[in-house]
Design a protein around this ligand. Structure first.
Ligand code: FAD
Length: 556
């Protein structure tokens, strides 16, 4: 028989999975894709409305895994007018350039369409169902049954042999959950309605920069001078517009730094070394940190001496890593760091310690599913922030914008430490942040700390919870220490109650506890490779198990 396969969600994760699947099987199958948006293929962070055209992606072209073509090839094939409309200077296309997120959305959309054409040519029956939200899923012995709400509001059921959930980020539809209090900075259109006022933003990294940029372009504009310098011009009547970004340490992210790609191999803290630790079946965090430390010392002896890492415990290293920055004014640090990053790009110079940590984040991620509860707590609180800081650097233009807003007296950064309180339940709206007894009032307050790992109870398909197929990986963990849902290395929910390969869960917030660094286009690609291999094998099995008369012809 030919397999029937459904994807729920049409964002980058589905696109990369489908791409890998078409590479791996020439057999026909029936493909259905459900997407609740009117158009498919842009995912959440790359579609208009959700994002402001000014928002930049934080991944350079060279890092985006190719689909039917590379991003650079696609950009070079576009008419200049389309590029200009997307905020891209046709003369500035380069493999290390960062583009507006909406431009990536157009790329993914076009790639998705091309993939569907390839699938049809390969004999796959394609059924793309936009404006259709899957609201539930039930596992039966011979099929996964999805309940689908169509554009008219009608509920129907559809049966599939294999289902991939790739529903992506999960935020409230309307972020203003109480007057003046926003639970997320998206959709950007919601922020556009905020009047010029004193705005608090919890977070100082990528999501907070998104919020600040969306508000800044609502109440003024960034102006580039002839030398490439950037300033911010506030619109008339916006004197009350001011933003304060806040986080425990009050640090801005650093500027994207030059690094050789693809990654050069590590010498000591290697995937093989991690696999050996896992196989030894003992505690993992300390020996893994010891390997991390040795690699860093070997990679950058000067950095090792300056930080004294040879003598430091894990917690102390984390403190030391951030210490100089935490002492400095965040905007002075940002200006100096940007100048250094620009110089290093110019000279193609790699800072060895930065590059070593960058490469090690994916290696250390291997042990995370195997950490016990206390090790996981230590990893999440002390070790993970170092890696996130190192890989979640931002485009140089984002730093220039933060500096321009600060110079225009529109942006500040506040360190609130661990001992602060935020009261967002006030009759007058917004929030009050109390730090060391001092009250800071914000008539508008935006939570912008990014996607948190979610527990099973937030899973959007209730029957899978009732069937016990989706459950917490670590029942009873506090929401702040959630390890997401129980899944195996092939992204199957771990459960006896479901046939093999019937369901794959690639819905990011539920995976973050197991795979803490999985947010990003490269992760969509890697997860897609894993699931496509399983799907291709299942298609083959379904096909060869079918009585010969039923088996359709294979496309040439
Ligand atoms: C604001 C933001 C900016 C980011 N920027 C970058 C970046 O610059 N670079 C980078 O590498 N990564 C970035 N990321 C990380 C991001 O996770 C990935 O790049 C990518 O979007 C993940 O793709 P996805 O398909 O898993 O999820 P999504 O892109 O969220 O797509 C999921 C899709 O599923 C649909 N959907 C959800 N539920 C249902 C349902 N029940 N029924 C039908 N359809 C449904 C949604 O409408 C959506 O189209 C960013 C993330 C955020 C939140």
């Amino acid at each position: 028989m030919t397999s029937s396969i459904a994807f729920v969600g049409a964002g980058p994760t589905t696109i990369y999975t489908l791409h890998a699947l078409l590479e791996q099987t020439a057999l026909p199958f029936s493909l259905t894709i459900f997407e609740e948006q009117p158009t498919a293929g842009r995912g959440t962070p790359y579609r208009p409305g959700w994002n402001d055209p000014a928002m930049l992606s934080n991944i350079a072209s060279i890092e985006i895994p190719p689909l039917e073509e590379t991003l650079i090839d696609w950009l070079n094939a576009q008419p200049a007018s389309r590029l200009v409309a997307l905020g891209i200077d046709p003369g500035e296309i380069g493999e290390r350039t960062f583009y507006p997120r909406l431009a990536l959305g157009e790329f993914f959309h076009d790639q998705f369409e091309a993939l569907l054409d390839r699938a049809r040519a390969q004999g796959v029956t394609v059924n793309l169902r936009t404006r259709c939200r899957v609201v539930d899923a039930v596992s039966e012995a011979d099929a996964m049954v999805l309940t689908v709400r169509s554009r008219s509001g009608e509920l129907t059921k559809a049966r599939f042999d294999h289902v991939v959930l790739a529903t992506g980020h999960q935020w409230p539809e309307d972020p203003e959950v109480r007057p003046g209090y926003y639970l997320s900075p998206w959709p950007a259109t919601a922020l556009a309605a905020i009047p010029p006022s004193n705005i608090g933003i919890r977070g100082t990294s990528l999501s907070a920069i998104d919020a600040a940029v969306a508000l800044a372009v609502t109440h003024g504009e960034f102006v580039e001078d002839d030398e490439g310098g950037l300033s911010y011009a506030a619109a008339p009547g916006t004197e009350l517009f001011r933003m304060t970004m806040m986080s425990r340490k009050g640090l801005l992210p650093e500027a994207d730094f030059f690094a050789p790609l693809p990654y050069e191999p590590l010498a000591i803290c290697t995937p093989e070394a991690m696999e050996a630790l896992i196989a030894a079946d003992g505690l993992l965090l300390e020996p893994a940190f010891a390997l991390f430390r040795q690699e860093l010392i070997a990679a950058d002896p000067d950095y090792a001496t300056a930080t004294g890492i040879a003598e430091l415990e894990l917690e102390d290293f984390c403190e030391r890593y951030f210490a100089d920055r935490a002492e400095a004014d965040p905007f002075d640090w940002a200006a100096a760091n940007l100048a250094e990053a620009e110089r290093n790009y110019e000279d193609e110079h790699t800072v060895p310690w930065r590059y070593a940590i960058l490469r090690m984040h994916e290696v250390l991620a291997l042990i995370v599913p195997h950490l016990d509860a206390e090790e996981y707590r230590r990893f999440a609180k002390h070790f993970k922030p170092v890696f996130v800081d190192d890989y979640a650097t931002v485009p140089h233009e984002s730093i220039q914008r933060m500096l321009a807003l600060h110079a225009a007296d529109k942006l500040d950064v506040m360190a609130i430490g661990d001992d602060y309180r935020i009261d967002s339940h006030r009759p007058e709206g917004g929030a009050v942040v109390t730090v060391a007894g001092e009250r800071h009032e914000f008539p508008v307050f935006i939570e912008a700390t990014g996607q948190r790992p979610l527990q099973a109870k937030a899973f959007p398909f209730p029957s899978l919870l009732e069937q016990g197929i989706v459950r917490d990986a670590q029942p009873g963990a506090a929401p702040s220490a959630s390890r997401g849902i129980a899944i195996d290395d092939q992204f199957h929910p771990i459960s006896e109650a479901i046939p093999e390969d019937q369901l794959f869960c690639l819905s990011l917030p539920f995976l973050l506890g197991r795979h803490p660094f999985i947010q990003g286009i490269t992760s969509s690609h890697e997860m897609g490779l894993v699931v496509a291999e399983q799907l291709a094998a299942a298609i083959e099995r379904d096909f060869t198990d079918a009585p010969q008369d039923d088996a359709p012809a294979v496309a040439a």
